[in-house]
Design a protein around this ligand. Sequence first.
Ligand code: PLP
Length: 413
Amino acid sequence: MKSATDGPLATALATPAATCAPPAKGEPYLLTPGPLTTAFSTKEAMLRDWGSWDGDFRAMTAQLRHSLLEIAGDTLGNEAGDYDCVPLQGSGSYCVEAMLGSLIPRDGHALVLANGAYGKRIATTLRYLGRAHTVLDKGDYLPPRAAEVERMLDADPSITHVVAVHCETSSGILNPIEEIATATAAKGRKLLIDSMSAFGAIPLDVRKIACEAFVSSANKCIEGVPGFGFVIARKSALHEARGCSHSLSLDVHDQWDVMNRTGQWRFTPPTHAVAAFMEALRLHKLEGGQPARLARYANNRDVLVAGMHELGFEPLLNARWRSPIIVTFFSPAHPSFNFELFYELMKQQRFIIYPGKLTVVDSFRIGCIGQVDEAVMRRVVQACATSLQTMGVDHAAPPAAAIEERKVLADAA
Ligand SMILES: *Cc1c(COP(=O)(O)O)cnc(C)c1O
C-alpha cells in the first residue's frame, strides 16, 4: 500500500534542500576553518573601493559593531548595553594578543586552560607580553572541567583572570565554557574567551556566560573573508584597559576610544574585508542567526561522521565533546594509507582538508563550517571513499593504539 508518506515526494520533503551554492569557477571547497568557503555574494561585495574616512564606510563599521553585539546577546546595542564591540585589523591571533595585553593588567596573573594548539598559543602570547601565567595543560583532547579550575583558583589567590578556548580547533573539542564561566565567577575571577571558531554558531550570550571579554574573527562562523577580528568586552573592562597595553597597534582601549569618537578605525581598515563581512552578516541573519547556523553545521558534522564511519573511519572525540565546527579522524592503520597522497586525491576532487595536530597518533581534520551543507558533506564522504580505493585501502579502521587513546577520553569525561 502506497500512502502520501512514501515515494519520491516524501523523500524529497524529508531531504532538506541544499542551502549553499557551490564555489564559483571550479574552486575547491575549503574544509579548513578558516579561511573557509564563502558565499558568492560575500566575495562579490569586495568589488568596489571604499574610503576609510568616508561616511558610508563609517556607517558600515557602526552597523558591524551593532550586529555583532546583537549576536552576543547584548540586544541594547552600543549605546545602552554593558558590552561593546571593538573590531581590530589582523588575523584572530592579533585580537587574542590585543585582548590579553589590554585587559590583563601588567601585575595580573592568568590561568590558561589549554587543550591544544590555540591554548598553547595563548600561553606563548602571555610569555611574550611578560604577563604572569599558569597553564592547566590537558593534553590534546581532554576538556578542562569546573572542579579543577576551582581547585587551581583556590590554590593560588594571585590569579586574576582565567583564559579559556571555546572550541579548540586543533582537535575540534567543544570546551564546557558554561561551567568554566560559572566556576570562574564563583571564585571572583575574570574570564577571557578565545571564541574564534565558535562565535556565530555556538551560543555565546553575554547575559548567560559571565565573561569579561571574548574574541572572534571575520573568517570563521560568520563566514567572512580574513582581515580582521573583534573583541567584545564589558565597557567597564574597556575603561580599565586604558594605558595597560604594551603595544600601540594592539591597544584595544585606544582603538575603542578613537572609534567611539570618530567612527573610524585608528589605522587603515581592511575595507574590502569589512564590506564582505557586512554581506556575510546579512546572510547569517537571513539564515536564522546563530541557532540556524548551529543546526546546519551540526547536521554537516552528523552526516560527515556517519558516512565516514561506514568507510571504517573513527573520530577522535566521543559525541559529547565533538564540536560542529571541525572533526578529527584517526588516519587508517592500513599500510597503503598515506596522508599526503590522500590530501592530493581529495584536492583533485575539489576538497581541501586539514592535517591533524595530535601528538600521539596520526590524524586529519575535516571542517564543517562555511558555505557547505549536507549534500556537500555526502560528496566529501564519497570523495574519501574514492581516494581510499585509489590508494588500495580497503578499510579505514584506525590502529589499535588510537582506540586505546580514545578510551582515556571516555574514562575522563
Ligand atoms: C582560527 C583560530 C585562532 C586565530 O588564528 P589566526 O590564524 O590568527 O586567524 C585562534 N584561536 C582559535 C581557537 C582559532 O580557531
